[in-house]
Design a protein around this ligand. Structure first.
Ligand code: CMX
Ligand code: CO
Length: 146
């Protein structure tokens, strides 16, 4: 069951400048940052609030690390902006299977590694009314590393 908005993914050209915008404008601080080579991103997670399912909602700021990455390709075409939304669930495998049965393309056979040791998969935007949609199960114990 999908129980929260886990994050909104925002593509940017310059992660440090974008982080500074969110800090200076809204007072949001970086909760966690990492490079995910498989996804081709350098990212910062800004925690916005905790949620009633025991998780939290974040903004995920994304800068591409290589030109052939999904985010680089999207930035070339669209410029900066909202790239995807992510719903949180306790069981990404079960939710992805159930959604696949409804005829929506799930992009990965098996969930892959996301931020902070989470397990993630994506639904094709063309099957979701134009919205690239991610499903996330957080790691059992979140251990932020800066
Ligand atoms: N939102 C909405 N539509 C999108 C999109 C997005 N983020 N990315 C691509 N599309 C649309 C394109 O506009 C294009 O539409 P048209 O055919 O009408 O022009 C169509 O989808 C195909 O796009 P493309 O540019 O040819 O790109 P690809 O098909 O090569 O890749 C996708 C699209 C969704 C399969 C790819 O971006 C992907 O695998 N995404 C999942 C991984 C990812 O996004 N990782 C980065 C985030 C990591 C994280 O959150 O941790
Ligand atoms: Co994401």
């Amino acid at each position: 069951m999908l129980t929260r908005i886990d994050h909104i993914g925002i593509a940017c050209f310059d992660l440090d400048r974008t982080v500074e915008f969110y800090r200076a404008t809204y007072g949001f601080e970086v909760y966690h940052s990492e490079v995910n080579e498989e996804q081709g991103v350098r990212e910062a997670m800004l925690k916005i609030n905790e949620t009633s399912d025991g998780g939290a909602s974040y903004l995920q700021l994304l800068e591409p690390t290589r030109p052939d990455s999904a985010v680089a390709k999207w930035l070339d075409k669209n410029g900066e902006g909202v790239h995807h939304i992510a719903f949180g669930t306790a069981d990404v495998d079960a939710d992805a299977a159930g959604i696949k049965d409804k005829g929506v393309r799930v992009l990965y056979e098996e969930p892959r590694r996301g931020s902070m040791g989470s397990r993630i998969t994506f639904l094709h935007p063309k099957d979701c009314h134009g919205v690239l949609t991610e499903l996330v199960t957080s790691a059992p114990v979140e251990s932020p590393e800066h």
